[in-house]
Design a protein around this ligand. Sequence first.
Ligand code: SAH
Ligand code: SF4
Ligand code: F3S
Length: 484
Amino acid sequence: MIENNELWEQIDLCGEAPSDETLRQYYYMEKCRAVIEKEKAQLGRTLTASVVTFGCQMNARDSEKIIAILEKIGYEIVEGEDADFVIYNTCTVRENANLKVYGHLGALKRAKKKRPNMRVALCGCMMQEDTVVDKIKKSYRFVNLIFGTHNIFKFAELFYTSLGSDRMIIDIWKDTNQIVEDLPSERKYAFKAGVNVMFGCNNFCTYCIVPYVRGRERSRNPRDIIHEIEQLVADGVVEIMLLGQNVNSYGKNLEEPITFAQLLQEIEKIEGLKRIRFMTSHPKDLSDDLIQVMKHSKKICKHLHLPVQAGSSRLLKIMNRKYSKEDYLALVEKIKREIPDISLTTDIMVGFPGETEEDFLETMDVVEKVGYAAAYTFIYSKRTGTPAAVMEDQVPEDVVKERFQRLLDRVQAISGEIAKKDENTVQEVLVEGVDTQDSSLVTGRLSNNFLVHFKGEKEWIGSIVSVKLSQCKGFYYLGEMVSE
Ligand code: SAH
Ligand code: SF4
Ligand code: F3S
């Protein structure tokens, strides 16, 4: 765990809560810890906590921060929902994400009857919606604490309030421009880590709820980002994933503006760091500078996630994506010309309001022309409050399903063909873990994000080795290590 021990030592529990936000949260962590230690002594056992995460890598990263605080407070972290304290970090990007959370809450209602002292908290994007909070207040009265995406740094303080109350504590902020640094942080893997570079989104694509639930774009100070990565590297991390909803607009709102390409150049200089990844790139903001930095970098992986959403220029306009099909294809051409071994992946949506067969065929055409190594395909989901939700011509479900299947079939076939091209080449891979199916194998990740399974030892986890991709299995390879 990365934490700031100097800050920890400055805490005076007898005094008032400090006004500096970081110190204030360390103060409340210590206060919570006193309560939890007392409970543990009374029960004569440890107390367990579990964080269940839905949604994207932003949420996964937030969960790591919550886990670190829970550990500091004295909880033992476990997987699953059989725990003394369960926290759901929710997503609302599609209706399905919400339904899943309600499903889990329903099950928990029964579990809580058997375990009356169990605590439950809800946080994340879904909690930023008033209708959701109203529903929880009515139907899931057992929830102890609800907070949102903007005040996640206050988790310790909010939890302390909740510990002293029988009521449901609800604290949701509409937005914030605060970024609180130096709070403790945990990570799932010893050798790789996600690092936030910016929060929020200003793009307001007409189908998307993220700008409403994550607030306006805010970039972290480059010095804080570099400092965090240096600490991670000192702690054994070799690969980082820079996170933001639109990393290409990083730095624009800082007092001393800096571009994402410049940030990458600074990060490249960090000794000991071996691989750099980032997501997500909005095509409208992808600069020539970024392409050049990627081209000449020794550390940035040969992978670019470039969500297209749709192929029809007419639909892209209504989606407010601010590029046409031709702009997108020209950008892809340029990237491929400069970085021939780049692997491109994307997000595609089917069934946006008013999508005709012709529009859909434009999407299929982009898929053919670009040749994605992988594409994440989604059925459009109506999100209340977004402009698209009130658009006429919502596409009938059976039409959408049929198009979705056609798209999926093509995307998978093309991705298989692309993977096949690298069969029998030797590539550097980062060993990520022991294979889940066969423990004599390890799983490694290529620079282009494909996975390979090969004979190996668990001691290799976290190191970069050369592997021959002997056999392509569509989405992954079977390989063998090549001695140096
Ligand atoms: N910031 C990223 C995307 C974040 S959401 C970007 O702009 O690329 C991840 C993906 O979810 C989006 O790329 C989009 O394909 C999908 N998505 C967003 N809203 C959706 C909706 N209402 N219905 C279906 N899919 C949606
Ligand atoms: Fe949503 Fe568009 Fe922002 Fe991505 S860029 S998070 S799709 S509004
Ligand atoms: Fe979901 Fe929030 Fe991410 S809505 S996709 S968890 S930003």
